[in-house]
Ligand binder design. Structure first.
Ligand SMILES: Cc1cc2nc3c(=O)[nH]c(=O)nc-3n(C[C@H](O)[C@H](O)[C@H](O)COP(=O)(O)OP(=O)(O)OC[C@H]3O[C@@H](n4cnc5c(N)ncnc54)[C@H](O)[C@@H]3O)c2cc1C
Length: 457
């Protein structure tokens, strides 16, 4: 093959599509039985027959330009696979923030001016924070945390609890006291601070698998790409002008390799390619990749007989932190997932979730009871939790910054993954952007017929 992409998450899919579109022969190697990685469809029996859900509730934004374009490339009917609506945040205490149908920045100014449940002081504080970031071109002092940014711009503690903490935890999956203010500012810039459509909420109409992994599988195989599932790559070695990838069934050869794996896995696999003459650059990169810490997310699915519950708002903020002091939800957000097999299903996201001791039953019961109580819903008839231990990297200011193209002496080796986009938290948009870039670089290497691309030596 010309290009072998190792890892079939959204970064790997993007890399494979890009390299394939450039006319290269491509193989995509995935350890799991399906593509999608951390954003995949699962089939589970919650107690009333098999239903299709996601391994974790995902929310996309209008700002996910590259992801939306990629979906459209592999499935021209991608709009029908998505639900898109203007930003509306509804939370505890009657809090509502709704983007106005006006061009930027008036959509936001009017949204804050009209926000309910924040009072005059809260609205003024929000505008103060956004204006301060805008005046400084969305830059913050190096190493600043979100908590420091909020203190510096005079955000009252109740507003932090009600708005900024939930927004930060859901966008960065990292609590404000350690979260990276630079990344938070970039998220605000590209969503609330950009054109109105950038702040739209986008959800899969059905599941994540329908949005990219499944149509991309058909697109790739239709163009001759080889997709190997249940095939963990064990090691990689550069021999002559080729890469030899050790797979359970034997050695697979390719001229270029894209490692589209979580940072720790890339570090291990790249380590297998190291030789004494690879130079300090690659050793340093392997070490940097091993330094990313992970933070879990739990998604609890709740189900009621359809006749017991009318449709819920598509998305509701639950306000976990406020609740901890009194009786309130353990989750951060609730999403209505529609009806399957005669049951209405809702997903409750618990970001930055503590690892459960023993079984997930206690967490499931607590999320189920607290959500029903907070939203005055009947007790769910069925509940089920997916706990993703390594959902995202900890988005802290001191995390390593990885730049592409990678330095060192491993010609034709590229890395992709959500952690390689300097300004972004772990999102499917950062995964897709990194994959597109790595796929284009790997394909470009072939076009020049050379062994190493500029900047990769
Ligand atoms: C519960 C949850 C909720 C989330 N919510 C959101 C959200 O609301 N919005 C958002 O934008 N993002 C969200 N994210 C983050 C988003 O899912 C990730 O940032 C993105 O999917 C990462 O994609 P990736 O391709 O970089 O990595 P991955 O998806 O981790 O892909 C890596 C792939 O490599 C495979 N692999 C590993 N080792 C090997 C090997 N040796 N050989 C072959 N294959 C291997 C893995 O099986 C995996 O499929 C969420 C994540 C989780 C888990």
């Amino acid at each position: 093959m010309d290009v072998c992409v190792i890892g079939g998450g959204w970064a790997g899919i993007a890399a494979a599509v890009e390299a394939c579109a450039a006319g290269r022969s491509v193989s995509l190697i995935e350890a799991a039985p399906q593509l999608g990685g951390r954003a995949r469809t699962i089939e589970v029996d919650m107690g009333f027959g098999l239903v299709r859900l996601d391994n974790g509730q995902h929310l996309m934004m209008g700002a996910y330009r590259e992801t939306l374009a990629l979906m459209n490339r592999v499935a021209p009917d991608s709009r029908q696979r998505l639900c898109r609506e203007p930003l509306v945040l509804r939370g505890p205490g009657g809090f509502t923030l709704q983007a106005a149908r006006l061009p930027a920045p008036f959509h936001l100014a009017v949204a804050f001016a009209r926000a309910r449940g924040l009072g005059l002081a809260g609205r003024a504080a929000c505008i103060r924070l956004m204006l301060s970031l805008w005046r400084h071109h969305w830059q913050v002092p190096e190493g600043e945390t979100v908590a420091q940014l909020l203190a510096r711009t005079g955000q009252p503690s109740w507003l932090i609890e009600r708005l900024w903490e939930p927004l930060c935890v859901s966008a960065l999956n990292t609590p404000t006291d350690i979260a990276c203010a630079r990344t938070f500012a970039a998220v605000l810039r590209d969503t609330l601070g950009a054109a109105r459509a950038a702040s739209d909420f986008i959800l899969p109409a059905d599941t994540l698998g329908d949005c990219l992994p499944e149509p991309a599988t058909a697109w790739l195989t239709g163009r001759g790409a080889r997709i190997l599932l249940r095939t963990p790559a064990r090691s990689i070695r550069h021999i002559g002008s080729e890469w030899h990838i050790a797979l359970p069934g034997g050695v697979h050869r390719a001229r270029a390799v894209v490692l589209a794996l979580p940072a720790a896995n890339s570090s291990r696999l790249m380590g297998s390619a190291l030789e004494s003459d690879n130079g300090p650059g690659i050793h340093a990169l392997c070490h940097a990749l091993s330094l990313f810490r992970s933070i879990p997310i739990a998604t609890t699915y709740l189900a009621w007989p359809e006749t017991d519950l009318s449709p819920l708002p598509r998305l509701t903020m639950l306000g976990k932190r406020r609740a901890q002091a009194g009786a309130a939800p353990l989750g951060d957000w609730l999403f209505d997932r529609g009806v399957q097999r005669g049951h209405r299903i809702a997903s409750v996201v618990v970001s930055n979730a503590a690892a459960p001791e023993g079984s997930l039953a206690a967490l499931t019961a607590a999320v189920s009871a607290s959500t029903a109580q907070a939203l005055r819903l009947p007790s769910p008839a069925y509940a089920f939790t997916v706990f993703e231990r390594r959902a995202t990297f900890a988005c802290v200011p001191e995390r390593p910054h990885i730049t592409q193209p990678i330095s060192g002496n491993l010609p034709g080796l590229w890395i992709a993954g959500d952690y390689t986009e300097r300004d972004y938290p772990a999102t499917i948009e950062s995964a897709v952007r990194s994959g597109l870039r790595a796929g284009a670089l790997a394909a470009g290497l072939m076009a020049r017929g050379g062994a190493a691309a500029p900047g990769n030596t």
